[in-house]
Design a protein around this ligand. Structure first.
Ligand code: HEM
Length: 391
């Protein structure tokens, strides 16, 4: 048992490597350890984390389905989940998402191009934090509505869902969920009448074509997408930039050859691991690598540790653009693999390309050391609160 104060998730690190290194070191001694801070056994090795993510019958996402989230795609298993994924594939598969790149590129240019005009910038607060929201609202066809209110609702809800053991997060999360759902439901009804050339209409059509349209079902879908797509993308963009700025050789290669952006994003997912882990509800008495897990308990699948497991990733502490081997778990794995991954890749690629092109001398501001920790930006991800750079 690890006491809360000793938990790797309670520490601050001077590099993105710190959390993964600490968890992988524990994982070399034991495959699963009870962590008082996470209030659950933490699974530390890649093989066990990946197997549990695939085995949704034993390690379920049903726990996300508390209160109003009941019935959302992430809470479902089997045929009902499969049906919803099929609907979402109509507008979010890699091929369906490719068309969003044209709408995303100008937003990235507008957001990241002006950075070059300033000598010093805190990238997360000044640019990154508003970008995924603007992209998604533009795609939905409502670019000028909502503003910071949307992000505040999303943050309250995801904090609640991502920390099922934290009672204090529940009340604000529930309240935000009700407000966001009311707002979204109004949008869905309006769009169904007016019909437009936008993602919201595509979502409505996707449900209609599977005979699954109800205002509630489409509202739940849009809310799920809103929940899944903001802070995650913010942290991922920050992680990718950090990774490149801390690894100048890799940065130089990406600058010279933009086709390496995709590889940089994938390696940053592993090396700087914003998705530090995922909770699962154990549905039957079982065990992982000899540790018993009781039905009804929660377990935490430690992606950050798995990403530094040398059995899956040789030389894990080095950022390798040419890394081959185990794909990262940053978008999850198995049936609940992130449905927004293609869009997220488009967003991060456009942002990175716009920023690097605008700022040939982009570098970290060494006067402000970075601090990496789990819970950055008051959110259940691993990263930094700020990313100060010089242009
Ligand atoms: C880089 C940004 C992103 C990251 C790191 C990320 C990460 C993840 C992860 C780890 C999961 C699996 C959760 C679990 O198994 O418990 C997931 C699922 C999901 N994500 Fe993402 N995501 C990102 C972007 C997006 C975007 C842009 C959207 C939509 C606009 C989105 C929507 C979803 C949804 C709806 C699910 C549930 C899928 C299902 O249950 O089948 N995500 N995401």
């Amino acid at each position: 048992m690890i006491a809360a104060a000793e938990s790797a998730f309670a520490q601050r690190y001077s590099s993105p490597v710190g959390l993964g290194r600490a968890l992988a070191s524990l994982g070399r001694e034991q495959p699963v350890v009870f962590d008082e801070l996470m209030n659950a056994p933490v699974v530390l090795r890649h093989r066990d984390v990946a197997a549990a993510l695939r085995d949704t019958a034993t390690f379920s996402t049903q726990f996300y389905g508390t209160g109003p989230m009941n019935g959302a795609m992430i809470t479902l298993d089997g045929a009902p989940h499969h049906r919803l994924r099929r609907i979402h594939n109509r507008f979010f598969s890699a091929s369906a998402s490719a068309k969003y790149a044209d709408a995303v590129a100008p937003i990235a240019q507008r957001t990241f191009g002006p950075v070059a005009a300033k000598a010093e910038v805190e990238l997360i607060g000044e640019c990154i934090a508003r970008y995924p929201m603007e992209v998604f609202l533009t795609l939905l066809g409502i670019p000028d509505e909502l503003g910071d209110q949307g992000l505040a609702w999303v943050r309250a809800i995801v904090t609640w869902l991502g920390s099922p053991m934290d009672q204090a997060a529940a009340e604000p999360g529930l309240q935000a969920y009700a407000q966001l759902s009311d707002y979204t439901s109004g949008l869905v009804q309006r769009e169904r009448h007016t019909g437009g050339d936008n993602l919201l209409s595509e979502i409505i059509n996707g449900f209609e074509s599977e005979d699954a349209y109800t205002t509630e079902a489409v509202t739940a879908s849009v809310v799920s997408l809103l929940l899944g797509g903001f802070e995650t993308t913010i942290q991922m963009m920050s992680a990718t930039l950090c990774s490149l700025l801390l690894n100048p050789d890799a940065l130089a290669r990406v600058r010279a050859d933009h086709s390496l952006v995709e590889a940089a994003i994938d390696e940053a997912f592993r090396w700087a691991n914003p998705s530090a882990g995922l909770y699962r509800l154990v549905t039957r008495d079982t065990g992982i690598a000899g540790t018993g897990l009781a039905a009804g308990s929660l377990v935490y699948l430690g992606i950050a540790g798995a990403h530094y497991d040398e059995r899956a990733y040789p030389d894990p502490e080095t950022f390798h653009l040419d890394r081959r081997g185990g794909a990262h778990l940053g978008f999850g794995l198995g049936p609940h693999y992130c449905v927004g991954a293609p869009l997220a890749r488009i967003e991060v690629t456009a942002a990175l390309t716009a920023l690097l092109d605008a700022c040939p001398g982009l570098r970290l501001d060494s006067d402000t050391p970075l601090s990496f920790y789990y819970g950055a930006r008051d959110f259940v991800q691993h990263g930094t609160d700020a990313l100060p750079v010089l242009t």
